[in-house]
Design a protein around this ligand. Structure first.
Ligand code: ATP
Ligand code: MG
Length: 263
């Protein structure tokens, strides 16, 4: 079974793209077949995977508007060993053009359908907004992964996101669930981070991943080399954390699969 995860948080700069790219590379290193979909006109996941967003003939823009198929748009991340549906600033236009189209919330889901079965995991790197691109991500996904920094305002933003997820579940995608909350850029010496982390665990329980992503400069440096940190410097603390996250997700998946089969 393919697992489609939307990596979402409408708050900017919380580590969505760093997580999408490094989790994609980590899952690929564990032998999983992985597709990363860049749903952000910033194109950071595309660049971070080693694909030049300025030279794309076709991108998620054409895919969403029905002007190209997923197979046409699909590229390989050479360093990361996973497939990518890349994006660049053209995608900002799709946001506007989609308004006129039928089933505009379903465009991505429909476009991915022919290739879903070729992958074990599909990660959707969403933009920092609860806009139509993010809604397309939430409609196409089985579950949501929420990266977040353990800061004072983190929980406030979370309730908007949780409400959006509920609304999408009611109207557009009944199976959508929260896969997990990921603590990113974590500094264990900060007492605020410890407090917010404890609050998260009391609200969301086991939905909070055991794995914590530390603040680590190698994770921030890797994109400038057009490579996931996990391949650029596998030994650094940040890469090790993402490799551990991949194991945690694969284990969870195996467990739910086994429970599903027993039911
Ligand atoms: P946006 O909302 O703009 O899409 P984002 O949520 O995708 O942002 P990233 O681009 O992944 O966030 O990260 C924001 C910045 O923080 C980047 O410069 C990134 O390199 C850096 N960063 C992300 N995670 C870490 C980390 N664990 N340690 C240090 N720096 C990090
Ligand atoms: Mg991003």
């Amino acid at each position: 079974m393919t697992r489609i995860l939307a990596v979402t948080n409408q708050k900017g700069g919380v580590g969505k793209t760093t997580t999408s790219v490094n989790l994609a590379a980590s899952l690929a290193q564990s032998g999983q077949r992985v597709l990363l979909v860049d749903l952000d006109p910033q194109g950071n996941a595309t660049m971070g995977s080693g694909i030049d967003k300025r030279t794309l003939d076709r991108s998620v823009y054409q895919l969403i508007l029905g002007l190209a198929t997923a197979a046409d748009v699909c590229r390989k991340s050479e360093p990361g060993k996973y497939d990518v549906l890349p994006a660049n600033r053209d995608l900002a236009g799709a946001e506007v053009e989609m308004v006129e189209l039928e089933n505009r919330e379903m465009r991505l889901k429909v476009a991915l359908k022919p290739i879903v079965a070729s992958y074990d995991f599909i990660l959707l790197d969403c933009p920092p907004a609860l806009n139509m691109l993010t809604i397309n991500g939430l409609v196409a996904a089985d579950a949501v992964m929420i990266p977040m920094q353990c800061e004072y305002y983190a929980l406030e933003g979370l309730s908007d996101l949780v409400n959006t997820i509920k609304r999408v579940r009611q109207h557009l995608n009944p199976i959508l669930e929260i896969e997990g909350l990921l603590r990113t850029m974590f500094d264990p010496r900060s007492s605020l981070a410890q407090q917010v982390s404890a609050q998260l665990q009391s609200h969301f329980g086991t939905k909070v991943y055991t794995t914590v992503i530390p603040r680590n400069v190698r994770l921030a440096e890797a994109p400038s080399f057009g490579e996931p940190a996990v391949t650029f410097d596998r030994a650094c603390k940040g890469s090790q954390a993402y490799l551990q996250l991949a194991s945690e997700i694969i284990e969870r998946q195996a467990l739910t699969g086994a429970l599903g089969a027993a039911a």
